[in-house]
Design a protein around this ligand. Sequence first.
Ligand code: ADP
Length: 414
Amino acid sequence: MPVLVLWLVLGLLGGGLAGHFAGGHAPAGVTVAALAEIVLLLSSIRHLRRAMIASPSFSPPTHDRFMTRTRRIASSLRDLRSAAGNLPDAVVLLDNEQHVRWFNHAAEDLLGLRRPQDRGSDLHERLRHSDLAGWLEDGAREPLNDIPAPGRPDRHLNVTLLPFGRRQRLLLARDISDLTRLEQIRRDFVANVSHELRTPLTVIHGYLELLDPEDVPELAPVLGEMRAQSKRMGQIVEDLLTLSRLETQEHVSDERVAMAPLLATLRKEAEALSQGRHRVVLESTAETDLLGSPKDLHSAFSNLVSNAVRYTPAGGTITIRWQRQGDGAVYSVSDTGFGIPANHLSRLTERFYRVSSSRSRDTGGTGLGLSIVKHVLNLHQARLQIESTPGQGSTFSCHFGRERLLGPSAGDEG
Ligand code: ADP
């Protein structure tokens, strides 16, 4: 190493001197100096190589070893490329200007890219007629779910854009058509079964109503139980049909939902359900109405009220609130009831999920109420928040954004 340093210093000195002696013409001097430096550097490298070879610990790669290693790396690269090329998901490699550098076979099929003309093309420009264009333009920060494939309108995709390297991107498009189809089959099945059960249940319920327990007093308790169960089954079927409708619906009607009369109705419903066993309080401070479906919002709000009454022992308090919060507004129902252990909270909105099946059944629950609430809120771009302390009570809050508010305080009279 010191030999190299010595030669380098000599080289630089030599170059400087050569430049100096080349005379007053600066550029010519610089050129001569640079040439001299290159010559001296090359000879330094030759010297260093000789010194390294002479060292006892040095074993230079032989030509064969070098070639074997190169072949192995090239073969790994080929394997990787072929694996990525044959992935069932579309993969597109983009440079820092979103131009296509490479894509696999699935990208040809699902995204409609063509070889070789789309290599180097602007992806945004290339897909400008699909849902992907707007998403790419907005920065593609969140994955894009369930969109028709630009190259195959019969297929559905989930698309993600992953950053890597120096401002490069990897576009991954997963074909979720089979999943979507299965989900559709499940939805249709539930909707069809519920629909088919509706008529026979109505008939059974009708006949049970016709039977007079006084005619056969010994069967009176059985008749009472049969009536209660057929009513419960009817309610489950109605709730399943409501859920099926909400699941397939993409938008809700944009009507004014007058909150003052709705809150008064909800309070009356709570009192009717409680039959004097609870104190029902209404606190309404938000002077604003909602924009959405009056029927669906009533159903969601009423589910929360009914739960509060059913899961609060006699003597408790149910508080219905409607208040402004930031830009938006919150509808909430608080109770002083049994409460819910924290480990159940995240699963409460799943169909038929119950903290205690017997308590739910005894109070006439179908296990579908909170699923309905969640779907209705999703359709209104609202969010459900659940806070609860076992033994003390729960609060279920529905948070609405400002775009769903109507009224003087929202600056929009609709
Ligand atoms: P259900 O018809 O069983 O009430 P929901 O979907 O409305 O079905 O509620 C799911 C479960 O959440 C209930 O079974 C109950 O265990 C729990 N739950 C809902 N609301 C309350 C509440 N206010 N207090 C305590 N538990 C509740």
